[in-house]
Design a protein around this ligand. Structure first.
Ligand code: GRF
Length: 208
């Protein structure tokens, strides 16, 4: 059975694009992109999604932040309309700048993934690349994880390390991390589609 995919975005959408390209080029198989949802209107991700022939929907939160089950119900209705369901769906957060409510998380338990630009549990939350630079770590990276009820706390699927260079600023570091984000997010979606991710406590085992 194929997986029906929804991608939630807020802006640029380069991770979304990497996933859609991965599907188009056959590096991800058995995944059907059904819908891209943005909480903000007029963002690049929406145009790119449409270029890929994917339905792109704005569910405007008018800039209101914080976990909000009332808002999330509108997202859920959209997922249902596009047949992205808890038994056949995968929801990828890709630069989605909202906290997902615990009701949403429970309904789609272990079917929501996120990408974060640090080696979690280091530097959760906003501005992870700046946090890494300011802390002075020599190595940072990126993480794909399942979403649980916390912020950036769910079981880790894949990580990749990125060296911090002497002359890095936030921008240069972020762009090197981003390249690796695109690679591991595509791989994580493919592993999910192959049914190769087993969650055991906090650990995600990758079946060979
Ligand atoms: C990425 O750095 C991602 O890790 C973080 O937000 C950024 C989104 O970039 N969650 P894009 O919209 O995918 O280009």
């Amino acid at each position: 059975m194929s997986i029906n995919l929804a991608i939630l975005v807020s802006g640029r959408g380069s991770n979304m694009e990497a996933i859609l390209r991965g599907i188009r080029e056959g590096r991800i198989s058995n995944v059907v992109p059904k819908v891209v949802v943005s909480n903000r209107p007029n963002v690049r991700a929406l145009d790119v999604a449409r270029q890929y022939g994917v339905d792109a929907v704005v569910i405007d939160d008018d800039g209101r932040k914080g976990a909000d089950w009332e808002y999330d119900k509108r997202i859920l209705a959209c997922l249902e309309e596009h047949d992205v369901m808890p038994d056949n769906g995968l929801v990828c957060l890709a630069g989605f700048m909202r906290i997902v409510s615990s009701e949403f998380v429970r309904r789609y338990r272990w079917r929501i993934m996120n990408i974060h630009p640090s080696l979690l549990p280091a530097f959760p939350g906003l501005h992870a690349q700046r946090q890494a630079l300011e802390y002075g770590v020599k190595v940072t990276g990126c993480t794909v994880h399942f979403v649980d009820e916390g912020v950036d706390t769910g079981p880790i699927i894949l990580q990749e390390a990125v060296e911090v260079r002497e002359d890095d600023d936030v921008e240069s570091l972020a762009s090197r991390i981003l390249e690796r984000e695109h690679v591991i997010y595509v791989r994580a979606v493919q592993l999910f589609a192959e049914g190769r991710l087993r969650i055991e406590g906090r650990r995600v085992r990758i079946l060979i």
